[in-house]
Design a protein around this ligand. Sequence first.
Ligand code: ATP
Ligand code: MG
Length: 191
Amino acid sequence: MKNIIIFGAPGSGKGTYSDEIVAKYNMGHISTGDVLRGEIKNGTELGNIAKGYIDNGQLIPDELMIDILAKTYDALGEGKGVIFDGFPRTIAQAEALKKMLAERNHDMGMMIELVVDEETLMARLLNRAKEQGRADDNEETIKKRFDVYHNQTAPLADWFEKEGLRHTFTWKGSKEQMLSDIFEAIEKENN
Ligand code: ATP
Ligand code: MG
């Protein structure tokens, strides 16, 4: 399977769709948010650094993030495609990912962009706050994360467009519809 970069605003469903794709096509999955939350839970030095940024709705600095990503990717081992969930989030991260993969004779594969209106995003994240109690899922921090997304991450969609990798899927109220459209695009890419 080709690698997949799953891209979208906080609450757009990156983790949810990644789990479905992983189960169907037996791919590897790197969620940088999950990696960071694991470090925080284990009380590592990296976790301590990351916590300050995450609780504030800000991005972890690129250099640190790129290093974590490369280590996580290499630890997965070769053989199957990988879904990158939550990375890249800046142009610098995207350039670094492209380079990191090229050095290993791999490539980015395809990018899946999830487009969801902000009202739906906010409702989902507030609901997740009740269910999972994530420290950054409160209204104030969510608004900061939306700003960071618009300013730093959303411009990356054009970057992927220029790379010829962008596939956009817009939420119209049905998870089943999204999933079947996404599966169809993945299968076309891997024909
Ligand atoms: P969702 O998982 O619902 O799509 P999200 O995108 O906000 O929401 P995560 O991807 O789990 O959530 O990220 C949570 C936080 O972890 C981010 O707000 C940021 O502080 C940090 N983080 C995760 N990935 C990166 C990254 N690639 N670069 C910088 N910071 C990151
Ligand atoms: Mg997630």
